[in-house]
Design a protein around this ligand. Sequence first.
Ligand code: ADP
Ligand code: MG
Ligand code: MG
Length: 900
Amino acid sequence: MSYKYIYLFKEGDAKKRELLGGKGANLAEMTNLGLPVPQGFTITTEACTKYYEDGRQINPEIKAQIFEYVDKLEEMTGKKFGDKENPLLVSVRSGARASMPGMMDTILNLGINEDVVEVLSRKSGNPRWAWDCYRRFIQMYSDVVMEVGKKYFEELIDKMKAEKGVEQDVELTADDLKELAYQFKAEYESKIGEPFPSDPKDQLMGAIKAVFRSWDNPRANVYRRDNDIPYSWGTAVNVQMMAFGNMGNDCGTGVAFTRDPATGEKKLMGEFLMNAQGEDVVAGVRTPQKIEEMAKVMPEVFEQFQKICATLENHYKDMQDMEFTIENKKLYMLQTRNGKRTAQAALKIACDLVDEGMITEEQAVLMIDPRNLDTLLHPQFDVQALKTHKPLARALAASPGAAAGQVVFTAEDAKKWAADGKKVILVRLETSPEDIEGMKAAQGILTVRGGMTSHAAVVARGMGTCCVSGCSEIVMHEEEKWFTLAGKTFREGDEISLDGSTGNIFDGIMPTVPATVSGYFGRIMELADKFRAMKVRTNADTPADAIRAKELGAEGIGLCRTEHMFFEEGRIAAFREMICSDTVEEREEALNKILPIQQGDFEKLYEALEGNPVTIRFLDPPLHEFVPTEEADIKALAKAKNKSVAEIKAIIDSLHEFNPMMGHRGCRLAVTYPEIAKMQTKAIIRAAINVQKKHPSWTVKPEIMIPLVGEVKELKFVKDIVVETANAEIAAADAVLTYEVGTMIEIPRAALTADDIAKEAEFFCFGTNDLTQMTFGFSRDDAGKFLGAYYNTKIFENDPFAKLDVTGVGKLMEMAVKMGKSVRPEMHCGICGEHGGDPYSIEFCHSIGLDYVSCSPFRVPIARLAAAQANIKNPRDFGGKVAKTVKDIGKGIKGIFKKQ
Ligand code: ADP
Ligand code: MG
Ligand code: MG
């Protein structure tokens, strides 16, 4: 028997998601639940992968199976493609494993042609419907399959409406639609140079190919990168009998959520349109009615629909997002999926489902996408300011958040302005999938048309971007880039603020305050803390950052970059004096000025952390980064150093390096200038002694981290200086203090010789920014130049500086942990590169047995949740405690690689 590439809906189920895609798997599941689903079949994601393997072709074997299943569908429905009595019309719908709303393409009413439209018209006695189906099909097919461009067709519709003096599509008559259909076909012929295909089987093959092809369209590629969806997954294709919502006034189509996707409130929320088809509701063509209205228009159908909603929510144990169509008062379910929601809603729904006894605490933790939390950590509007500012208008609160910025009118401009560092609000009549990158670049989105389920609303919620939609009070001149609202004219660049939680629109920039972790957010964070095995620390260089991070749940500092303490006014002078010294004595003199400043900073950090661990890294960057460039600064420095300007300039020149990233930096500085290491050790130890004295109940245990080590001897050289200095300080103060000296693992050689390094290092911390840079051999400052080309050619799907390259860099890390702990079982290992705040990378860190991740303060809640999810999916086999021995590491690890 040949390989099975196609499943009838009744042959599938929700577990076959990888094969059937989300849409197909759920259509199958709904069929099995006995719900009214128009029947059909799903062509698997494997067929899509095969299509790409075969050089973008559907091979004969798959083609034969497609026609075999068309026969089956004809038998099941009693309808036939192109039949003179009972013609079969189908939809061809894309559906990947992870839902990608609006990213790929769907075609409705396929199977219709000149003959079929006449049959439909005659048999139904409803020519308007027949011609509406036909013109829609030509429109969608042309757009999706032949990429003729929607715009031309929409222009033709607008022209027709103007000629007939009507406002809405539904007011066009059968004859109008018939004429439109002919115009569309002519448009197609003129653009493509061939007649519009009439054979349903040709149409079907064209449509299936188009869906496969749409997996690789630019907006789908961007969406995947943003949402961690691998290219290799491919999309399935669903071929499904049509249900017609456009047959008249006892028909309609709609979308609904079982809970409010913006707030999480437990209440049916949705919209529908009478006498409409497919995307009409979300496309903002007409303003839809609220779902509650259905109770009045079609009470029996509404009741049935409510029951189905309850069934689905109970079955999936999550909020459902559903599509339905009513054909002559008969309800059909066309889609269900776990609904996309805002971060606020996600937290509330998870907590509510636990309280309703529907899910466990673990499931609640797993159901929240850590990346979504980001939006909650952004500033919110100041409550005081909200009270005193009167909004210009109020529209739909489509996606929460506080957004303030300058008005732009196109996605292009949004991108451009944002790249220039401006904060923008994208104002559009309505958005479409082409706008996605501009929407991402904007602080907020404001639309004139469209409801809660419009494209703008759905996509904005998915991205966590603030969105206010359907503000019909705006008089928009999109082409000329201006609009009026509440008597005020707004032009490009004018300032405006949006409150996505209330739908209020304000003139000017509203003040904001930092976010807090409380309510449902706090509760989910508590649960996360209960289930995770890894600790979460923060990268913080200032006491203010440290305090912020601690409020957000940080359990220590994983990285304090001491050099950042010198950029401030008043400090840099002393530092420059140190750099521009010729002799050790001169340098020590300058260092003595710096010592008390550093000590003061460290004391504040220890105070802020209240006895939690603080890892302080020794001076890391090349010294030339600190030298003055301004003539006046150079003069001042010369004066302070009692040197001539020429002498100072000569020193500055001598610091020039061809490749500073691989130059005189990290522990190399301490090797050349041990006095710097001495000074920093003194500052750290003195600070710790002082703070420990003040707070006897805390355990202040400094962790001194030596950067950029590649060879154990260089570590030992610096460590000896640290130990000698530290012990002398402790003895002189007659104090009791323990401390650790460890290293960053950020040079591949350090990872490769981790067993040697561990003989000296008391802890490892992976500096994955440098480790990624040095493993790939490209500079993180220059990678932007070519990464675009790497994405386009699919060599890379992600930025390895944002998402850890588990295959290469990860292998070095895994190796280093194993080798390190084999020599020194009690050593702790962490990560402090950017990846420490990336959920995918955190899952990997968990799997290789790291003890903690360290990330920027605002990523701390994300890391807490991601660490919990990692441990729930893949528990460490020792009662939630952190790995202590080599044997423990990797226990129960299924390997993150297989997930892809
Ligand atoms: P998306 O994934 O972008 O939502 P869909 O495949 O769900 O695309 O289809 C787009 C629209 O067409 C939806 O409103 C859907 O309900 C409608 N639709 C799809 N298939 C059918 C069908 N067989 N009968 C009626 N409407 C359909
Ligand atoms: Mg859909
Ligand atoms: Mg580094």
